[in-house]
Design a protein around this ligand. Structure first.
Ligand code: C2O
Ligand code: CU
Ligand code: CU
Length: 733
């Protein structure tokens, strides 16, 4: 039972254990009478075979030694089928359309490998990874997220499942409470639906109802936890899931779909011998696991047909960058980036994605003989870039090619239009220096550490205030030896260029030209790899939603320990430039009020005598349109339309301005001097003659009052109408 301790028998992995983990095998000539013994507790002791057996342990063989205090875990790759996360089922509405979801975070147990005991995980709706939310462009979803983490007895958890480092910002105040908050990574949405870390909540509580407008192109985005100072622990426990936005443009493309379209969440983990997740108790600046999980299984396999597959790849690791390739080095195609499809498929043999990034790729298995096994491999050192071969987990998953034909249609040569944001559109350029800074930390204020920061500033130092409706260039300058994946909330950005630099006498000195991004980075992005001693410029339009939004390194260990800050999207000043005067309108005519306001993403609401208006008929004869637009139109004005109209103009910062005007009705003004019957605002003898003429004919225009003399039109022309008219005529209007 070499290295398997409790749960695997046999000696077939003896050399593998020794090779991988470094157990020393002493040549048989020097056989000793003791060896490593894995006790049922997972502790490794060196003792005799007999002693080991008495204690119920697994003897590793004479002369074997314990590499550490616990037994190394060795798991056989490719023995479990790839799990496919379920589609989230809404409470109302349908998956893939506007719908309302209620999703709870629950503690549960899952088997993450055939030979591992059950692992306690946290899952959305009790599954790790969470269910996939299917969304449609411009069809909003609402989600009620609830922290329902409970122990096996059903009691709400009061402490985290993992050890919380209470020196960090967040736990310094909240201790080890298992607070959560859900962020939709890649979602363009209001600040109050963004999962702000400061508003993390304990078990038993929910966030306010979140709205996801889905007003963005088809993309593979994902939701994950963002708890303040414990994001790395919460995501590690399993709080992550896919959120797929689809749209008509993507549907019109002939790319693999249905069972040929699979989302793969790739995450590394480490285990204790009892199957529990292993994670350091004290914050460390990187976490690298020993095993690669795809959709919550260690090194799974998937049976594929002989055809094309679309894989939506997510690097969901805490710290680990992945350089992925196929074991036969075959070409595959990248068709999409973080936030949507690329302009055209890009042929590649390997792909580097850092934590938080997604890559949409197509792999073609059509040419393989049935039975061929292709391994998706990783070669990225950890930390990244680092020295080749160091810290690598080489296996990711295996594809086993079957005999059935699959999708063999050619890939489209063009995919989506990704209009380039012109650099000249940017009005502001900001620089962000990524480096270690000595910081005195939270509760442990006697401890000064050198930690990763952005411009040496902290979470509460809010100095970036992009104005909605404007474009900015953000320049990331990495003064360090490791790659930082920099992520911005709210926006989709484009990468402008990368440029190498050196430090010379404390100055940043570029040492080469600005190089445009490689082809498979020329799409919409929300996370960008900023490599060591590189200046990376990205350009973004700030649109629609105001408020505080995080931006951070997506290495979760960095994010949790101050490599995360917030920008505040603000509104330009809201002003009403001019207003129309009060309107005097005749019966049956059209009234129109228009407001001219300046500001970004304004909303309008017209009211009549204080009551909000909707488009459509408001009473006999009159129809209202534009109740939520800058121009309100009332067709076929009747007496009941006489009122005070006001328009409340609101910007995304909740600034409001109100404009108002009165509608004055003039039933006595029926014609003009040429007797054409049009309204001219002056009541003259012509109007009286015209009225009498119409009164005799019984024409509807002469119907001014009702039988009770209240002046409401009843479509019967009676003596009341004449009396009403004469009264108005005498008043002038
Ligand atoms: Cu994927 Cu602020 O996060
Ligand atoms: Cu995000
Ligand atoms: Cu970082």
């Amino acid at each position: 039972m070499n290295g398997f301790c409790l749960y695997l028998g046999g000696s077939r992995l003896r050399t593998l254990v020794a090779g991988l983990i470094g157990l020393a095998l002493i040549p048989s000539a020097a056989i000793a009478q003791t060896g490593a013994c894995c006790l049922p507790t997972g502790i490794c002791v060196e003792t005799t075979a007999a002693n080991c057996a008495t204690q119920g342990g697994a003897y590793q063989g004479n002369a074997t030694t314990c590499a550490g205090t616990s037994c190394p875990i060795v798991l056989q790759p490719f023995v479990d089928a790839l799990p496919l996360p379920a589609i989230a089922q809404p409470v109302t509405g349908q998956p893939g359309h506007a719908a309302h979801y209620e999703i709870a975070m629950r503690q549960t147990q899952q088997r993450l490998h055939r030979d591992l005991p059950l692992t306690t995980v946290w899952g959305y709706n009790g599954t790790y990874p969470g269910p996939t939310i299917e969304a449609r462009r411009n069809e909003p979803n609402t989600v009620l997220w609830t922290n329902d983490l409970r122990d096996a007895a059903g009691n709400l958890l009061t402490t985290h499942h993992l050890v919380v480092d209470e020196c960090l910002h967040g736990p310094d105040l909240n201790g080890s409470a298992p607070l959560t908050t859900v962020h939709l990574h890649g979602g363009h949405l209001r600040a109050d639906s963004d999962g702000m870390p400061d508003f993390s909540y304990p078990p038993g509580q929910s966030a306010p109802l979140y709205t996801y407008p889905n007003n963005q192109p088809a993309a593979t985005i994902w939701y994950h936890d963002h708890g303040l100072g414990i994001t790395r622990l919460n995501v590690y426990m399993g709080l992550a899931g896919f959120y797929l936005i689809r749209d008509d443009a993507e549907d019109a493309l002939n790319i693999p779909r249905g069972e040929n379209e699979i989302a793969l969440a790739i995450q590394d983990r480490a285990f204790n011998p009892d199957g529990s997740f292993k994670y350091p108790a004290v914050h460390q600046e990187n976490f690298f696991g020993d095993f690669m999980l795809v959709n919550g299984k260690v090194w799974p396999y998937h049976n594929v047909k002989r055809g094309k597959y679309r894989f939506r790849l997510l690097n969901g690791c805490n710290s680990r960058t992945l350089t992925l390739a196929l074991s036969d080095n075959a070409t595959f195609w990248q068709i999409g980036t973080d936030m949507g499809l690329l302009p055209a498929p890009v042929a590649i043999n390997s792909l580097t994605i850092s934590p938080g990034e997604r890559a949409d790729v197509v792999i073609n298995f059509a040419s393989y003989a049935p039975g061929t096994e292709i391994i998706l491999e990783n070669s990225a050192p950890a930390p990244f870039p680092g020295s080749p071969g160091v810290g690598v987990i080489p296996n990711v998953m295996k594809f086993i090619v079957g005999s059935d034909a699959g999708d063999t249609d050619p890939l489209p040569t063009t995919l989506a239009s990704v209009p380039v944001i012109p650099e000249a559109e940017a009005t502001v350029t900001r620089e962000f220096l990524l480096r270690k800074t000595p910081v005195t930390i939270g509760a442990c204020d006697n401890v000064t550490q050198s930690i990763w920061t952005i411009n040496g500033l902290m979470w509460d130092d809010i100095v970036e205030r992009p104005v909605l409706g404007t474009t900015e260039i953000w320049t990331w300058i990495n003064r360090s030896g490791m790659t930082h994946p920099m992520h911005m909330h709210l926006v989709a950005f484009q990468i402008l260029d990368r440029q190498p630099f050196q430090m010379q006498a404390g100055q940043i000195v570029p040492t080469g030209p600005r190089v445009p991004p490689i082809m498979n980075e020329r799409g919409w992005k929300d996370t960008v790899q900023v490599h060591p001693f590189e200046i990376v410029r990205v350009i973004a339009r700030f649109e629609d939603y105001a408020g505080l939004f995080p931006y951070h390194c997506h290495i979760l260990e960095h994010e949790d320990h101050e490599m995360m800050r917030q920008f505040e999207a603000i509104c330009p000043p809201l002003t009403i430039e001019s207003t129309p005067d009060d309107l005097q309108v005749c019966k049956g005519a059209q009234a129109q009020f228009a407001v001219q306001a300046s500001g970004a993403y304004l909303s309008y609401q017209w009211k009549k005598n204080g009551v909000p208006l909707l488009d459509g008929p408001t009473g006999t004869g009159s129809t209202v349109t534009g109740a939520k637009a800058a121009t309100l139109t009332i067709d076929n004005v009747a007496l009941l339309d006489v009122a005070r109209y006001e328009c409340t103009i609101k910007d995304p910062c909740d600034e409001t301005r109100t404009y108002h005007a009165d509608l004055v009705y003039c039933p006595a003004d029926l014609d003009d001097a040429t007797q054409t019957g049009a309204c001219d605002g002056a009541v003259t003898i012509d109007d009286l003659l015209y009225f009498i003429d119409r009164f005799q004919d019984g024409d509807a225009i002469a119907d001014l009052d009702d039988g009770s003399g209240t002046g409401v039109g009843d479509y019967a022309v009676t003596i009341d109408d004449l009396l009403f008219y004469i009264e108005r005529f005498a008043d002038g209007c």
